[in-house]
Design a protein around this ligand. Structure first.
Ligand code: ATP
Length: 293
């Protein structure tokens, strides 16, 4: 195989709870991860020279060792003592620095791509061991689908696939630093925690209404007071028929779940007219795209 094209799918968090801050400064989380159909496209090619070159349609993204694609490819190629090189063409569609794990998804996609193209024969667990060194979300991005993530996000339990439904995604034109959000999170007894266990039960029952009603993200307690536009987008989505709307990850992207496509499309139009968000799209749930590797 001389080249391979791999889709890198974004994620949303259907539920995001922070259990405690560990002594090492990391936060212990309990999250429901869900892959959505919105994706970047990576074309990976063999090159005669050793090394990794990256091109992308977004000029502000790094194409050097700061790109997670570079870091993932380098680790895998060193692990397998590969002599060949690769070039990667990245078409970026997932909003950047948005709480949708776009960089981690790209890292996971390049690992799958190299593994398949060079017939390296690594299984999912082996790829995840390499991936976790790049970021806590990479093991999930390698696995995809619906999953419970615990620990710092790397302890994964597969769940039954979430019932399919339209998902409206909207990113306001602001940047939110993940570091800022976690540093300013105040865990106290009064804090409302989402009922992740009830959400898991609802996923087992394929009960979309209850899954949506269980949605909650403790990181909103930091972002919403600092960036009220997040709450305005949530209100716009629910006023236009979303079953529930919530911020994904550490934000600022907001997503809403809908029972039907027509309502989701009407809400998309209303959101565009509101001028609250810049990147807006309707997508859907993505079932496990990589299969069992
Ligand atoms: P998370 O949901 O894991 O917090 P995120 O959506 O907040 O992720 P990313 O889109 O992954 O954040 O990007 C965060 C930063 O990482 C960007 O500012 C960007 O410069 C850098 N980065 C490195 N590689 C990539 C990549 N392949 N795609 C996007 N950003 C990348």
């Amino acid at each position: 195989m001389e080249q391979i094209t791999v889709n890198a799918y974004a994620k949303v968090n259907l539920g995001l709870d922070v259990i405690r801050k560990r002594e090492d400064g990391y936060h212990e989380v309990k999250m429901i991860m869900q892959t959505v159909s919105l994706h970047d496209v990576l074309t990976v090619k063999r090159t005669n020279d050793s090394g990794i070159t990256i091109r992308t349609n977004l000029d502000f993204l790094p194409v050097n060792r700061n790109n997670l694609i570079y870091q993932a490819a380098k680790r895998l190629m060193e692990h397998c003592k590969m002599r060949e090189g690769i070039s990667v063409d990245l078409k970026k569609h997932i909003p950047v620095a948005a709480g949708m794990a776009g960089g981690s998804a790209d890292a996971a996609a390049v690992l799958h791509g190299i593994n398949a193209m060079f017939e390296l024969g690594l299984n999912l667990k082996e790829l995840q061991e390499i991936g976790v060194k790049i970021g806590a979300d990479v093991p999930y991005c390698l696995m995809q689908g619906t999953a419970l993530a615990e620990g710092i996000g790397e302890k994964l339990t597969e769940l039954p696939a979430m019932p399919d439904c339209p998902v409206l995604i909207a990113k306001p034109p602001i940047s939110v630093s993940t570091k800022f959000v976690y540093e300013n999170l105040k865990l106290n007894a009064k804090m409302h925690h989402p009922d992740i266990d009830a959400q898991i039960q609802a996923i087992h029952r394929q009960d979309l209404k209850t899954i949506a009603e269980c949605m909650g993200n403790v990181l909103e307690t930091v972002t919403i007071p600092n960036y009220p536009v997040i709450d305005q987008i949530k209100s716009c989505m629910t006023a236009n028929g979303a079953i529930r709307a919530m911020m994904s990850g550490s934000g600022p992207t907001v997503f809403g779940l809908f029972f039907d496509m027509e309502t989701a499309k009407d809400a998309e139009k209303a959101l565009r007219l509101s001028n609250l968000a810049r990147q807006i799209c309707v997508t859907g749930m993505q079932r496990k795209p990589y299969g069992s590797v």
